[in-house]
Design a protein around this ligand. Structure first.
Ligand code: G1P
Length: 296
């Protein structure tokens, strides 16, 4: 039996400048898809995969995240007084066991690798997961759960992977595939944000990882990589000679909620998936599409 993956790191220190002015006072992870903040989707996915300890790597201005996962006696008492049991149930999703969640500050924005490294003392010597909340993945079986199951077979280091169009590859970490076994691929190279036209494939890394603690030691000695930052991709790539790096093509639809277009698409898609919103939203979409067609 492999050591269970029970710890996950959530790098949430980014400034979210693409969403200014909203992110001037609201952390981007608190921005809502329908009625849940992005971070709630990430936490739910982690829980489904068996994660018990949640490590947030934060920065200045992210206290709304801490409040979100705390009890709010004012709201709770008011809902109890009014007998709003359904809403009280909804609030329960945000409950965290005492001590299950830890916040660590990344004092300098030195990159994703550095953010993950900031959590090293809480990870100690266990395998761990990393979830980037910007990447929202709609799936019947949550993506990290799929990966944890695959990891039972492989061990080692595993990154979520997805085919992207060649012109988009330079926005991602990209895998150089050794053996393609379908949902699983073994990796013989990994490049963070390759120059346009130089990507080894169009299989991109998506923000879910299961990693060995060795990755944290690798980050320790890492040189600056793409964008002048310490890149998690580079620390994982150092493990490739040990033949223990895998890409996992997950089943599900990924939304890039770090971009405005991706966020809007996710909003529509998650709205359409909701019984209480589907009919109204569908009718509205039909209406605007037919107006558009008529105008053409
Ligand atoms: C990060 C990773 C990159 C990965 C991407 C997925 O990049 O560094 O390897 O492909 O997330 O969303 P970022 O989007 O933070 O620039």
């Amino acid at each position: 039996m492999r050591t269970k993956v029970t710890k996950a790191i959530f790098p949430v220190a980014g400034l979210g400048t693409r969403f200014l002015p909203a992110t001037k006072s609201v952390p981007k992870e608190i921005m809502t898809l329908v009625d849940r903040p992005l971070i709630q989707y990430a936490i739910d996915e982690a829980r489904a995969a068996g994660i018990k300890e949640f490590i947030f790597v934060t920065s200045r201005g992210k206290s709304a995240l801490e409040d979100y996962f705390d009890h709010n006696p004012v709201i709770e008492n008011e809902l109890k007084r009014k007998n709003k049991t359904k809403l009280l149930e909804v609030l329960k999703e945000t409950d965290m066991d005492s001590g299950a969640i830890a916040y660590i500050r990344q004092h300098k924005a030195l990159g994703l690798g550095h953010a993950v490294w900031c959590a090293r003392r809480l990870i100690a010597n266990e395998p761990f997961a990393v979830i980037l909340p910007d990447d929202v993945i709609a799936a019947d079986k949550p993506c990290l759960q799929q990966m944890v199951e695959a990891y039972q077979e492989t061990g080692g280091n595993m990154v979520a992977a997805m085919e992207v169009s060649p012109e988009k590859a330079s926005s991602y970490g990209v895998l150089d595939v050794k053996d393609d076994m379908g949902s699983l691929v073994s990796v013989q190279g990994m490049v963070e944000k390759p120059e346009p036209g130089t990507a080894p494939s169009n299989l991109a890394v998506i923000g879910r990882y299961i990693l060995t603690p060795q990755i944290l030691r690798n980050i320790n000695g890492l040189d600056k990589g793409a964008g002048g930052e310490l890149q998690l991709t580079d620390a994982i790539a150092q493990e490739i000679p040990k033949n223990n790096v895998y890409g996992y093509r997950f089943r599900g639809q990924r939304f890039d909620c770090g971009s405005k277009a991706g966020f809007l698409q996710a909003t529509v898609s998650f709205g359409l998936a909701r019984d209480d919103l589907k009919d109204d939203l569908q009718a509205y979409l039909h209406e605007i599409m037919s107006v558009e067609k008529a105008a053409q």
